[in-house]
Write a protein that binds this ligand. Sequence first.
Ligand code: M6R
Length: 610
Amino acid sequence: MCGIVGYVGSKSVAQVLLGGLARLEYRGYDSAGIAVIENGELNVVRRVGKLANLVNALEASPAEGVTGIGHTRWATHGRPSEGNAHPHADCSGRIAVVHNGIIENYIELRTELTTTGHVLSSETDTEVIAHLVESYYAGDLVEATSKAVARLEGSYALGVLHRDHPGEIVAARKDSPLIVGKGEGENIVASDIPAVLEYTREVIPLHDGQIALVSADAVRIFDEDGSEVAESETEIMHVEWDLEAAEKGGYEDFMLKEIYEQPKAIRETLRGRFVDGQVQLSELVMSEEEALALSRVFIIACGTSYHAGIVAKTLIEQWARMPVEVQVSSEFRYSDPIIDDETLVVAITQSGETADTLAGVREARERGAKVIAITNVVGSRVTREADGVLYTHAGPEIGVAATKTFTAQIAALTVLALKLAQVKGTLDDERTRYLWDEICVIPAAIETIFAEAPAIERCADEYYNSASMLFIGRGMGVPVAMEGALKLKEISYIHAEAYPAGEMKHGPIALITEESPVVAVTIQGHTYEKVVSNIQEVRARGAQVIAIATAGDADIKPHAEHVLPIPATPESLSAIPASVPLQLLAYYIAKKRDCNVDQPRNLAKSVTVE
Ligand code: M6R
């Protein structure tokens, strides 16, 4: 949902901004631009399309300077065009603004500004901010920005530059992420950590309502009421990731690298969670008595995180015998949900910034529920809004399609489910230990699946021209199928649907032709024979079948054109290994269709707007 970056220091500002934008491009990529202060004037360069177009423009006509701001856009208001690209300037051309978020009252502000003589030239909501700052400016850029943001309704992360303040950037945020990377004689403002890692691993997360005045040697932070936060009270986080973690490291794409990082991500997420037979989960932030009093669990999430939530429902219900409801956050927030102080709400969001999930967290807490967030991003918004935070340790995920964060979420949720079962006394020690031992071998199981990559690629060769694919499964196979279908559609643009296999004959089987392959999650378990029957039904109607099956399962072979094996795992733990071949299948199909797997069309990595 747009990436912003700002730099003050002695390096070539354009190079720093372009480097930062390259690491933020996953947030939006329909246009990009920078503004630098050059010889006492603002130089604004913007281009529609990918960042490469801006890079080419700056190669042809370099921009020099030591202070600047940059932006990569995911369009909300106004189509992708050069005129709508950021930075946006005021009437005088002295002020430039980059923005991530949505200004909900921009039409009203636009009318007010044009009535008072301002000339606005874009279709965006952002441009009003530049003109508001202009109208409030009387020599103090922080004051003008503060007055301007007080007029805004909606969400924003802002970088503001003024020609007459050559060594300064003003940054502000509300409901959109923004950090300041603290360097030596240089500072960098950004929407996300990867953009600052080349310069520093010391990061100040700005809080909602705060405004920062950033110069090369200092970062001064002001609260919403204008009072300055004492330096000793400024929260500085040390980021564990290094730059290498945010780069491709020899892989062709981030997505492929991230698929291969899953064993590590899961090991890191599980590390230290089982000691002397006891599941360690202090993040639950409640006493054993309070946990015992919980009567149900409500899981909220979007997209891939929602699919992890469906996996967790089965685990918690089976192991802890507690009823679990799972709802997409955008529905939950408006559904007048029935939750109370005996409900544990689990908010799953890899980015920690998804607007609907954050709204759901607030809704749940207002109704008295305890909220535990599962996220991959340290210091993200959800970490400040939830009662407890359970981190996945997957490292930065740059590819827009979630892969390693999905399986790491399932690992974290598995720990949560085991903990609840232990608290409720619904699993005996022997069973708990058995399950834990089985969970711990999943990373090694994934490594054996990687050996199947050539076979998965050959399978992709046969189906990459399909117009549509169906994904079916039962039990744990259902969320696996849903996630497989989402991966395929988002990166290859092939229409894909997922159904519980038993539902096929209630309608979707009408879609089956020889041209629509079916991916069947057919892992060993209590519904195995049922899925095989469903496979026979679709094959009888001409479908070609790709089966995800347990290694060594000879019975499945006559029923499928392709069998993609996964190592034997207890049924309840099969979601992680079963998802990996589907990630690779989607990846290879998309590559054969020449799709940009890291930056699929119309998408952005974190959805910070409703
Ligand atoms: O950051 P979040 O986990 O809250 O993001 C939720 C979805 O936007 C995300 O999973 C999305 O569906 C991905 N494109 C899936 O690959």
